[in-house]
Design a protein around this ligand. Sequence first.
Ligand code: ADP
Length: 557
Amino acid sequence: MNGLMQQRQLLISDLIEHACAHHGEREVVSHLVDGSVYRYTWHDVHARAKRVANAVGGLGVAPGERVSSLAWNTHRHLELYFGVTGSGAVLTTVNPRLFAEQISYIINHSESRYVFFDTSFSATVEEIAKACPNVQGFIAMCGRDQMPDIAIRGLRCYEELIEAADTKFDWPRFDENRASTLCYTSGTTGNPKGVLYSHRSTVLHSFGTCTADGFAIAARDSILLVVPMFHVNAWGVPYAAAMSGAKLVLPGPWLDGENIYRMLRNERCTITLGVPTVWLSLFDYVEKNVDDTRRREETQLTRVVVGGSAAPRIVIEKFERYFGAFVIQAWGMSETSPVATVCTLLAKHQSLTLDQRFDLQTLQGRAMYGVEIAVFDDDLRRIPHDGKTAGQLKVRGPWIASAYYKNEDDSAWGADGWFATGDVAMIDPDGYLRITDRSKDVIKSGGEWISSIDLENVALSHPAVQEAAVIGVAHSRWQERPLLVVVKKPGNNVTSEDIIEFMRGRIAKWWLPDDVVFVESLPHSATGKLQKVVLRQKFSGHRFSTDLSDLTSMSRP
Ligand code: ADP
């Protein structure tokens, strides 16, 4: 017997309808490329998203067809998030930090019919236009007086386009499994792969992130969305913000420490989200310019979601000390919408000391309702949740991808529906996940595994270390040993020995890096992740001092 409940499809258009109907006066604040600030409300987002839906239809984009965006976090991008998807078309958000060839690959592969772009990316658009012959037009996300002076076919002005479109639009109702957005993984090797989200997966993921043990996003929150809208739907937060009716602050291209601090203060932000590296520049600014009392008085921050890479302990500590804010570490990937696990506390953790609590917060957290996680050994047997044994992390659930767009490379999916994440992890008896490495980054030393993430975490706690990466380098006796690559804070003359001494006692002795090398900067991917492949190539010829002594000792009579 079926239940007698209404079959209302879960559609993104209902999120913006709800935000308008119940939180219409709540503000959305957008920092634009030209430095100006545009303030309006969810009511206005709703009206303009409807104009976008009409405009997109007027351009001849049919339901299911794709349009791309190449844009910062601004109100216009937000309007595309709701207007394009609500109309039934699919929004492909492209990361402008990728190489031109990757950008044109994504636009062509997704068969996007139009490209919306922020004027900061005019040169990129000019460069790729010829390589994207099927794109019918490029829409500059600005007013008529800011139109870029570039020669490309079908150049249009966003404001003119939507000005001419009606605000009346009846959102079509359709199957919730229809596609809504398409995001590409960075593809460190090979071409980027498309993850095609549905209305249903997006709405369910928003419910998840709004829960108290998710990000607890509420109507009274003011969110500073630092995580880019061109990467994995900005962790789904634009949709969760509409679901909860929170105030949304969009920083545009202004992502340096000073601007982030200014926005946190001026917009009375209670929660912000981003990858670890952006927070380091915030701390730099704050340490030099804002004293403790002022910082506490001026800001209202209560929590910071950190993900995309492991949240270093020092970031967790500094948010607590400087702002009184709790770091919520989250783990996920493009294929998981992206949020799959979130690190919040259990009742039994209320009595932890601050130090113990910080340790707990360095874990990637527990599975959200809806996501199953498990670790498997090389023979595909499940590993017990003992918090000690590492294996291949797999996930499944209603907001986990079931295939890549156009079905390319399905090797990550097993017959049982589990998706192999490519991460190496352990799960403790309370269900907390600890990511130790990407499987390709694991350091194999004498048959044991060393976690580069743990080593980086300890190195980053050294006051003279700005950034740290640990890679495995060949060792004649141990197969591989860890090499620590460090960017020093300016004006420091810390030595390798100082750093090794600092790490001693904070980590198992046999995990200590065999050498430390200093570099000016570390290579990062377009999504801000350390590119260890590049480092491994660069240091492939590195000869450890320990390796040499091994050889000497072996040659002794
Ligand atoms: P890409 O597009 O490069 O695949 P994703 O954003 O999908 O980028 O990256 C996902 C990967 O990032 C995960 O598989 C994991 O290795 C890493 N990652 C994400 N969050 C965390 C975290 N909290 N701790 C450690 N690693 C993380």
